[in-house]
Design a protein. Structure first.
Length: 423
């Protein structure tokens, strides 16, 4: 085993084959999200700590236990981004996006940072795809954003997903429910774990997240928020369920689905996969109608989701992928013409954006041909063959063995026409 520096615990290196799959996921997401009218946004990797304390909530595990926070040389408290929604809402307020046609539809692909126990598909630095629709309260936007995430998973070939939904109520009905839940939990406090007893005063909804069997048994008989919604929240939730079914989805109401962030109101949702074991979540989100106002903006509704790229990778599983080799590998049979080979490679790349490789290790012609085959190149372009005129190259299809002799000056045109025929 080679000793030396290693990546910090909870982080990982994305090697080329995995990076190719990651690129495919992001490219697919861009196509799907664009079809729904979402445009990409990029926010900084660190923000003022107060943004997350005010937006995510000081009682959440993220703020209390998981954030990477530091003081910079200007004595400012900064935090590496633990989630994507609060920064996008901050950008919405800071840049006056409330003046744009509403809702403003945005998507992102970015690293997130949380100090938590590393496990399969969950890392301290992880990458997330997400989308936010800010400025619309209609239940149709809730259903649309859930359907959009479902379509992304479908396009990626992820099957056997379960869709759980819940409603968190709003400022009109949640306080009365919280009082009811708190009273229930205090009566059963001796049956709860230490963390859940602490949550009773900090955020009683978090008890629904507990995985301890004893706590889950207690919560089975707790009052459920969907049974205590005000008329407006109940109507909103019923409309979301109806629209999801119209979108050919199969939502299941789950009273435990409270999500891990304080800003959620009304709709919450999560896609999960039984194949992922205990940590079955692939992605989810919900509505956050008070968040923009909490961080200094005007009262503005919003809804969104996040889905981890690592979780997506696990859900996709092992699958055959197309060869990612170059479209052409240049092979030189005459060392005196290596500079000419380099010039040809540059011409093909510049004129056609053709994926071209060439020998950079002074291999023999035989070695170059072997390397072309190892690289999974579609074809080899042979330069300097004795039986050909100096100004002619031989293009050999490395799968079929078919060959074409082409004047070097016409290779750009020949490859352009060949690509056109494939299209």
């Amino acid at each position: 085993m080679v000793s030396g520096p290693r990546a910090p615990k909870g982080t990982y290196d994305l090697l080329p084959d995995d990076a190719d799959e990651r690129d495919l996921v992001v490219e697919t997401a861009a196509v799907v999200f664009t079809a729904y009218g979402y445009r990409r946004i990029v926010t900084p990797e660190f923000e003022d700590t107060a943004l997350f304390e005010r937006g995510v909530g000081q009682a959440t595990d993220i703020v209390r236990k998981e954030m990477y926070t530091f003081v910079d040389k200007g004595e400012r408290s900064l935090t590496l981004r633990p989630e994507g929604t609060a920064p996008i809402c901050r950008a919405y307020v800071e840049h006056g996006m409330h003046k744009l046609p509403q809702p403003v539809k945005l998507w992102y692909y970015a690293p997130m940072f949380r100090y938590e126990r590393p496990q399969a598909g969950r890392y301290r630095e992880h990458y997330q795809l997400g989308a936010e629709a800010i400025g619309a309260a209609d239940p149709m936007i809730d259903a649309e954003i859930i359907a959009m995430l479902a379509q992304l998973y479908d396009e990626l070939g992820i099957g056997d997903l379960n869709l759980a939904v819940n409603s968190m109520g709003d400022a009109a009905c949640r306080p009365a429910y919280l009082a009811l839940l708190t009273a229930f939990l205090k009566d059963r406090a001796t049956e709860l774990c230490g963390d859940c007893r602490e949550r009773i005063s900090l955020n009683p909804l978090r008890t629904f997240d507990c995985k301890q069997p004893a706590c889950r048994a207690v919560l089975d008989s707790a009052p459920h928020i969907v049974d205590h919604l005000c008329d407006e929240c109940a109507a909103h939730f019923a409309a979301v369920l109806d629209l999801l079914r119209r979108a050919r989805l199969d939502p299941r109401t789950d009273f435990r689905l409270v999500r891990g962030l304080d800003y959620y109101t009304r709709t919450t949702f999560e896609f999960s996969s039984d194949s992922l074991g205990a940590q079955s979540g692939v992605g989810g989100g919900g509505r956050y109608d008070g968040l923009v106002e909490q961080i200094g903006g005007l009262p503005t509704p919003g809804v969104g989701f996040g889905t981890g790229l690592e979780r997506i990778g696990l859900a996709m599983g092992e699958r055959a992928t197309e060869s990612l080799g170059p479209e052409a590998y240049l092979v030189c049979f005459d060392d005196s013409r290596r500079a000419e080979m380099f010039e040809l490679a540059q011409t093909l790349r510049r004129e056609l954006l053709l994926e071209v490789e060439l020998d950079l290790a002074a291999r023999s012609a035989k070695g170059q041909l072997k390397q072309a085959s190892r690289s999974d190149a579609e074809c080899a372009v042979l330069i300097g063959l004795e039986e050909l005129a100096p100004d002619v190259a031989r293009v050999r299809d490395l799968e079929s063995g078919e060959e074409h002799d082409v004047p070097i000056a016409e290779l750009v045109t020949w490859f352009a026409e060949a690509e056109g025929e494939e299209d």
